[in-house]
Every structure is written in structure tokens, then in C-alpha cells.
Ligand binder design. Structure first.
Ligand code: MN
Length: 347
């Protein structure tokens, strides 16, 4: 299973861990289940090896990960800046997980970049920057958590892995694959899942807590958006949903409440792309998803200067929600040619 890892690099990583006593793990801004799961999972393992290990994140992680052991001990840079700086200054090893360039850490980037310690990247995003001394970058992997497990196993630490570590790693894999429904072609991930279940992981609980549990207001907001604000452009096989500030306020919007909303219209037969436009304080947040390689990244780039992956992209539009919607809708005919030659009927 671990043939894909370079054994010389794995040996070096293990040696660096052995030589270190204070290890800091860090991840990207707006940390998700994979960012938190991979860092906390490795933290628990390192602690069981007798290391002092801390997770420092750029900003507040979401509440739905609070069930993970170690969550309350995470240092949040925007809240505990001085303490975070001290941890970085004293560290002799820094593990950068689930991000491929320093800018993904926003205002915390300089802290990571300027820290004197050795840095190891553990990541699955494309085109990584060379900012670490040792980089494990595998874009084919489902999650940074999957890669973290493979590294733990390859370094020979699987016997030391405890239930807390296994639960965190499993959470990262479950959230990034949406409970093994996307990015889950590689049979290896089911062997990894088996190894985690053998540690006693409660998968049902992880799915419920990390993936399904949400606030009542977020459920109501999504229901309202889909019932009242979803526009279907049958001729272009696309969907556009908009929410303005007043609507967000009416439903007590909190960060993360509209997560996943943009995906919903893609479940309709004949819909190939979906845009969600949300009015923010100083811009309109554009998020776009598609199926069958319809290039929403190109649309985000062409119209709003954004970007992303071909089927998952976004942008920030400086202007009104009304203008943003018009620009998008008026441009749709230009992208008809990217649809399959015989698209399914919308029904
Ligand atoms: Mn990830």
C-alpha cells in the first residue's frame, strides 16, 4: 500500500521526529475537517511518542469538529497570537498539513515562513510551493488525513496510534470524501478505513457530528434559498442561487451556514453547473460547482477574476449582488459549447 511513498523521505521524516522534542502542526485558514483531523491526528500520535506537540491554526475552526479530542487545546492565531508565536519560536519541527502555499494561511503565513524550525509539508493540493524542507505532496490522495495515515504507517508508528489519533484521521478522510462518495476510487482508502476501525473508531458518530449536524437556522436558510431563490436556466443547464444581506440577517446567518448549498442543484437531472452568490460586507462571494468537467473555474476567472478547480471554483466580486447576477446570466450563452453535445433534459 505504501509503495507510492519514497522510503528515503519517510526515513528522514521519522528521523526528524525522533530528533525533535517540540513539534507544531499547522494548516490552512478557515480549517475544515481534513485540516483539523490530519493535524490533531498526528498530534495525538506524537504525544503518545512522548513529544510535546501542539496544533496552531490561522483562525477559528468550525464548531462541528468540537467533538474531536484535543479540539479545545488548539491555539488559534487570531485569538492567541502571542502564545502561537512562542510555540513557533520554540519548535524544532513544523508540520504543514492540508495546504500547498503560505498564502493559504493568510496573516499567519509570515509566522510559518520565518520560523527557524525544519518544515515538513503533508498535502494533497495541486502545484505546491517549495516552502518546506521536506514535502509530501500527493494530489491523487483523497485527503491530507489519508496521506498522514500512510506516513504514520510507513514510519512504523501504527502500533502507537491510539483511538483519539485514529478518530481524527478518520474524520479528515470522511469530510474530504463526503463519507466516501467523492475522491474515493482508490481501493487503498478502504484498507486504511479498516485499519482505523480496528482501532475502535466510531464511524457513525463521526458522520453525524462532522458531516450532518447543523444549526436549525442554517437548515431553514438553505431551505428558503432552494425554495425561493434558486433560478434554473434550462437552456444553459445551469442554476444560480442568490442571497442578499437582509435575507442572511433574517435567518441569523453565521459563517459556514451556506456551506454545501451550491452543490444541491447539481442533484437535479440535466443541471451541469451551479452558482451561489452571497452578498458579503464588502463584496459578493461567488461559489461555483459543476459536473462532467463543465469549466466553472473558467467562468469565475473570465467574469470575476477568480479561479479554482475545473468543477469547484470561486471568486469575489467588488460590486452589487444585482450586477454580479446580471454579469453571470448575460455571459451564460458564451459557455454553452462546454456542455456535452447531448445534455440531459432538466427534469
Ligand atoms: Mn484536504
Amino acid at each position: 500500500m505504501n509503495k507510492m511513498l519514497n522510503s528515503g523521505m519517510v526515513d528522514k521524516f521519522r528521523r526528524w521526529i525522533e530528533e525533535s522534542s517540540r513539534i507544531v502542526l499547522t494548516c490552512h485558514v478557515r480549517p475544515d475537517g481534513d485540516a483539523i483531523g490530519s493535524t490533531l491526528g498526528m498530534m495525538h500520535l506524537l504525544q503518545s511518542l512522548g513529544k510535546k506537540a501542539n496544533v496552531v491554526v490561522p483562525d477559528q475552526p468550525p464548531r462541528n469538529l468540537a467533538f474531536l479530542s484535543g479540539f479545545n487545546e488548539i491555539s488559534i492565531f487570531t485569538r492567541h497570537e502571542e502564545y502561537s508565536r512562542r510555540l513557533f519560536a520554540e519548535a524544532d519541527l513544523i508540520i504543514c498539513s492540508d495546504f500547498n502555499k503560505p498564502s493559504r494561511q493568510d496573516s499567519m503565513a509570515e509566522l510559518t515562513m520565518n520560523a527557524p524550525a525544519r518544515k515538513v509539508m503533508v498535502d494533497h493540493h495541486q502545484q505546491p510551493d517549495a516552502f518546506c524542507d521536506l514535502s509530501f505532496s500527493y494530489p491523487d490522495m483523497s485527503s491530507a488525513s489519508e496521506l498522514m495515515f500512510r506516513l504514520i504507517a510507513a514510519m512504523g508508528y501504527y502500533p502507537e496510534m491510539n483511538l483519539d489519533s485514529a478518530t481524527c484521521i478518520c474524520t479528515g478522510m470522511i469530510t474530504d470524501t463526503r463519507n466516501f462518495s467523492v475522491n474515493c476510487k482508490n481501493p487503498d482508502i478502504y484498507e486504511i478505513l479498516m485499519r482505523l476501525l480496528e482501532k475502535g473508531v466510531d464511524k457513525t458518530r463521526i458522520v453525524k457530528e462532522a458531516l450532518l449536524t447543523r444549526s436549525l437556522w442554517s437548515l431553514r436558510l438553505e431551505s428558503y434559498a432552494l425554495a425561493e431563490k434558486l433560478e434554473i436556466f434550462e437552456k444553459f443547464h445551469g442554476a444560480v442561487t442568490t442571497l442578499d444581506k437582509d435575507e442572511l440577517k433574517r435567518f441569523h446567518y453565521e459563517r459556514g451556514d451556506t456551506e454545501g448549498l451550491v452543490n444541491q442543484p447539481l442533484n437535479v437531472r440535466g443541471i451541469y453547473f451551479s452558482f451561489f452568490l452571497r452578498e458579503d460586507d464588502d463584496c459578493v462571494k461567488v461559489s461555483a460547482r459543476s459536473i462532467e468537467d463543465f469549466p466553472v473555474s473558467k467562468i469565475c476567472e473570465d467574469l470575476f477574476g477568480g479561479g479554482g478547480h475545473i468543477m469547484a471554483a470561486g471568486a469575489e466580486f467588488k460590486g452589487s449582488l444585482k450586477d454580479c447576477r446580471s454579469i453571470l446570466i448575460e455571459a451564460l450563452p458564451d459557455y454553452l459549447r462546454y456542455l456535452p453535445s447531448r445534455p440531459r433534459k432538466v427534469e
